[in-house]
Design a binder for this molecule. Sequence first.
Ligand code: IYR
Length: 223
Amino acid sequence: MSRQHPAFVPLNFTEIPQEEMLQRAIGFRDLMAARRSVRDFSNRPVPKQLLEYCLQTAGTAPSGANKQPWHFVVVGSKSLKQAIREGAEQEEQEFYERRATDAWLEDLAPLGTDANKHFLEEAPYLIVAFAEKYVVDEQANKHKNYYVTESASLATGLLITALHNAGLAALTHTPSPMKFLNGLLGRPDNERPLMILVVGYPADGVKVPDITRKQLADFCSFA
Ligand code: IYR
């Protein structure tokens, strides 16, 4: 049986002059260097259309065998956000009171986090990222996806980048375990919650931890 191959089409590639390449790389680096995780959000509304454009960017991520194994649920309803907060805070209470090691709590201390996740209700939107482990076809056969965590994480990284570029603040939030999100959002068993992105405008006058980032030489080597 011969396999079907896709048609090949010309790459849409326009060369950029070198000087402009450098300027663009610097400009984008500086744009992204200003991205910070924010834990206090304004309740100002955010246009849904803006999120849709950012999610379309997420959907451009490369993925194993182009299976695009991700699903994003955009949550704007007050009651669902409240339910997600309740579920997350239950897990977080366990984490802070029992599950976390002393070393972990010490590492978190500079961030000032605790089990209170008020931002899950205050922000206008929560975007819950799911990784699709396999696809179930009409005959109920399972087809596994490849590099699922890598692919869905790449899409989520692009989403964070797109949200920042669009002028919004976001927080990656990972209560653990997150299985309760499948139930609340009606997502099937073939999907695993990856993280919650809390999205909106930062609260007026919000402060963020005074942290630094590694210098290039500390996280990159040229072999
Ligand atoms: N999920 C907890 C704890 C937490 C863990 C890490 I690693 C962080 O970088 C931040 C928080 C919480 O959200 O509080």
